[in-house]
Design a protein around this ligand. Structure first.
Ligand code: MRU
Length: 372
């Protein structure tokens, strides 16, 4: 996708130096476009934990490259295989909710585990990481294709008036690999000349909406309006939202959706106002081992400073300002789970399905357990 007039991938190898992985450091957006070099598994861990990069598909892809970088660091280790397993375990502890972190690490470790020499392990790890990137990009593209008719239908019904889409957090190309998940149908509609307008939730406390989604849409010429997190219900009551379209950090086999904190409240408001609530997700963020999202998905709790202070990047430096009493006790849950019954449909790379077990397994029969 485009940023400042240039085409960007979401994660890539440094041209001329395949031992360096590059990403956009999202902490600086929208104020500055900073490219970060990741040269070790420790760099990848920090980038994920401290949210230089974020969003389930990108976290997964970065972690896959993290395993590759760990192998590049593995020279001279007595038992590179054992050392890699320890690093992999540690990398998994960077954040708890996005399932891609765990599945991508396991996938790359599995791909290299049968190899004897470190050199071949490195090659295999790189191949696998690049394959993950390619698959994610293709998934996002297809989500765009499958989501487009939903927007087209509303546009027809409204006789060409702009289709108003509410989104939460950032499930755009910064979070995924190109196009985004929730944003993919929007970009596709915009490309086709269908008038679309996005209500962008601010997404406190990290402001992924106001800082990232707004920036992305602006860079790509899509009309949007920034709203405070609590505005969605009001807009829905007044017929100003045609659909809600969000992403997912982890979806269970019965269609419960873990996503950025506040998503559940949007789903409740959408249900109350008969506004369709769609979740766009690549199958890489389905956790095939979990059914009940409310009880079985670990919800990240982040530090209280995110609510007590505001970090502002200005004139090339970060400044921290208090925005609450420092003594306040804080609970900062990063995600919530929207129960399947509130989800109108899931938009996946294989098409649309209901948020329910049978419908999900119809699209992904190879994932169906022998006895269901
Ligand atoms: O904490 P983050 O920014 O990593 O959380 C990301 C989200 O929750 C996004 O809303 C997104 O939908 C999931 S990743 C496409």
């Amino acid at each position: 996708m485009k940023a400042e007039g240039r085409h960007f991938e979401t994660i890539w190898l440094k041209p001329g130096n395949p031992a360096v992985v590059q990403v956009i450091d999202q902490r600086f957006l929208p104020f500055e476009l900073v490219i970060e070099d990741l040269v070790s598994v420790e760099d990848v861990y920090t980038a994920i934990r401290d949210m230089h990069i974020r969003g389930a598909p990108l976290i997964g892809a970065a972690a896959a490259f993290g395993i590759y970088l760990a192998l590049l660091q593995g020279k001279g280790k007595d038992s590179p295989g054992e050392w890699l397993r320890q690093k992999a375990q540690w990398l998994k502890s960077a954040r708890p909710t996005a399932v891609n972190l765990f599945s991508c690490i396991d996938r790359v470790v599995r791909a290299v585990s049968a190899e004897g020499s470190l050199g071949v392990m490195q090659e295999r790890a790189l191949e696998e990481a690049l394959k993950i990137v390619g698959e994610e990009r293709e998934s996002c593209r297809k989500i765009g294709e499958y989501g487009l008719p939903l927007i087209e239908e509303v546009s027809r019904r409204k006789r060409g008036e702009p289709v108003n889409i509410l989104t939460h957090c950032n499930a755009g190309w910064l979070a995924c690999i190109d196009f985004g998940t929730a944003t993919a149908p929007v970009y596709r509609a915009h490309e086709k000349g269908i008038p679309v307008h996005v209500w962008v939730d601010e997404t406190r406390p990290r402001n992924q909406g106001s800082r990232l989604t707004a920036w992305e849409l602006h860079q790509n010429g899509v009309s949007y309006t920034l709203i405070a997190d609590n505005t969605g219900g009001h807009l829905m009551q007044h017929g100003r939202v045609d659909m809600v379209l969000v992403g997912s950090d982890r979806t269970t086999i019965r269609g419960d959706v873990a996503n950025k904190i506040g998503t559940y409240l949007k789903a409740l408001a959408a249900f109350d106002n008969a506004v369709p609530f769609y979740v766009a997700l690549p199958s890489s963020s389905i956790d095939w081992s979990v059914e009940d999202g409310v009880s079985d998905i670990i919800i990240e709790e982040r530090g209280g400073d995110e609510l007590l202070y505001s970090d502002v990047y200005t004139a090339g430096e970060w400044k921290r300002y208090p925005i609450a009493m420092a003594e306040s006790r804080v609970l900062n849950a990063g995600f919530d789970v929207t129960p399947a019954r509130l989800v109108t449909a899931l938009i996946t790379e294989r098409g649309l399905c209901k948020a329910e077990k049978n419908s999900i397994f119809e699209l992904f029969p190879e994932k169906k357990p022998k006895r269901l």
